[in-house]
Design a protein around this ligand. Structure first.
Ligand code: SF4
Ligand code: MG
Length: 476
């Protein structure tokens, strides 16, 4: 499995009259629950005083109607998180709240800094004390340092932006405003919304829809946007970089009803399935999607091939975090609990199974086995993204390279490993075109081309994979 590490949200009423920012933030976070199930947090501005509550678990486990009604305020920021292997403690949950010399600051961010180790060392050398291993604490320490000299938090943020490298979107709340900032390459998404004057910032537009708001626009690469008593103020204009939006947002993370940097996620997935059909056609009786993440691509594949599309697999939606154990036998048990093949639908048929991506191959192997046991005559695997061969260092939790099946096995070996009759991957070009040619996406986990330089020791640990070795030409 691959996990995104976070979703962020902010609500701000410029008139300071409506006191329901926490409730709106709760709804926005709930709509982005898929971006992180480990912890949820909401910080509010209660008449100039910032208060913060962070809880382990799902948004609805951490906050109920009573808890939300107590959190009265005209501004709020919120966060949902996936745990990282190094830290899933409550101390590193977000938002984080500190008191700086110029007042309270609450910060929530999504992403990762590539120079966090170096920044942490420098800050510690200057006397900073850290309670967690979260990058957000580093950001707050940088911010507090700049705030000593700067009157405006936006100026402090801008200075901090020039010191931090990596991929991030963040929201910062002070006593009188909420500020949003996106990394200079626009790798992690952030957009602006509005509802009857209340302004929002969100990782995904589906969260703006969930509160009944209107999408206004995406925050641009490097841009700093303030939500203030006078409305939306651009505090630092965007740079001229084309958005290097994380390509995996379109492949897997984002909710299909979100629009990110001008591209509708559902439409991009359907288009990727259709390109996949052109690149790797297959003569079959039925196309099915691996639920739920492969469904949109499977629709595109079936349409382009003019083959019937149907259900062949059921997913038990109640298999959740309880089973998220990192070892292999637990993962296999999880897969058997999670999926069931519909014998009625697949018996005697040649099936094309479409999934969004192939990570370890464990799930795919079991699902193909289930389909065969249910009587499928042939199972042809089609993957709506290229082989995943490199780790993400921009805030997405990927397995190490030795756990990525496309690093250890060639395509020919992988067909046998997953037990498919054939296997085809969408090309990188095909995927990029399906996701909108106005973008210049980050493709690092597929291509090994990292748009933001990694720390030298990290860069040195990455093994370059020769595509000719992998594709040693198996008939797709
Ligand atoms: Fe997204 Fe992959 Fe780039 Fe990470 S490396 S930001 S997952 S495209
Ligand atoms: Mg999947």
């Amino acid at each position: 499995m691959i996990h995104d590490e976070c979703g962020i949200f902010a609500a701000f009423d410029p008139t300071s009259t409506r006191q329901d920012a926490a409730r709106l933030t709760f709804l926005g976070l709930f709509a982005m629950q898929h971006r992180g199930e480990d912890s949820a947090g909401i910080a509010i501005n209660q008449q100039g005083t910032l208060l913060c509550q962070r809880r382990k678990g799902l948004v609805t486990e951490g906050f109920d109607a009573v808890a939300i009604n107590v959190l009265q305020g005209h501004a709020a920021i919120g966060h949902v998180r996936y745990p990282t292997p190094v830290d899933s403690s409550l101390e590193s949950a977000q938002p984080m709240l500190i008191k700086s010399r110029r007042g309270q600051l609450a910060l929530a961010f999504n992403g990762a800094l590539t120079n966090s180790a170096q920044l942490r060392q420098e800050l510690q050398a200057q006397g900073a004390i850290f309670q967690s291993r979260s990058d957000s604490e580093i950001m707050l320490a940088l911010l507090a340092r700049h705030q000593v000299l700067e009157d405006r938090p936006e100026t402090a943020l801008s200075k901090m932006q020039s010191e931090m490298f990596g991929a991030y979107a963040m929201v910062l709340m002070t006593s009188d405003r909420v500020i949003g900032m996106r990394d200079p390459n626009g790798i992690r998404p952030l957009c602006i919304g509005e509802l009857q004057g209340t302004l929002f910032l969100a990782s995904e537009s589906c969260a703006i829809d969930a509160v009944g708001g209107q999408f206004v626009r995406d925050v641009q690469p490097g841009e700093i946007v303030s939500l203030t008593a006078s409305g939306i103020v651009v505090a630092q204009p965007a740079n001229n970089t084309r958005c290097k939006t994380c390509l995996f947002e379109y492949v897997y993370f984002a909710r299909p009803d979100s629009v990110i940097d001008g591209t509708n996620v559902f439409a991009s997935r359907v288009a990727s399935g259709s390109v996949l059909a052109h690149e790797h056609p297959c003569d079959a009786d039925l196309v099915i999607g691996a639920p739920d993440s492969g469904l949109a691509a499977s629709i595109g594949y079936a349409q382009a091939m003019k083959i019937p599309h149907g259900s062949g697999l059921l997913k038990n939606r109640y298999v959740g975090r309880t089973f998220l154990h990192p070892n292999q036998s637990h993962r296999e048990m999880l897969v058997s609990l999670k999926f069931t093949a519909l014998a009625e639908a697949v018996k005697g048929k040649k099936i094309v199974l479409v999934d969004d991506s192939l990570v370890r191959g464990t799930t795919t192997r079991h699902v193909i086995n289930l389909l065969r046991k249910a009587g499928a005559q042939e199972v042809h695997m089609r993957v709506a993204s290229p082989p995943l061969q490199y780790p993400c260092h921009y805030g997405v939790e990927t397995p190490g390279q030795h756990d990525l099946s496309a690093c250890e096995l060639t395509q020919r070996e992988l067909v046998n490993h997953i037990g498919a009759d054939s296997l085809g991957f969408l090309s990188l070009n095909g995927l990029q075109n399906a996701c909108g040619s106005n973008l210049n996406q980050c493709t690092a986990c597929f291509s090994g081309q990292y748009p933001v330089a990694l720390a030298p020791e990290l860069a040195a640990s990455i093994r370059q994979i020769d595509p000719d070795w992998f594709f040693n030409r198996v008939e797709g």
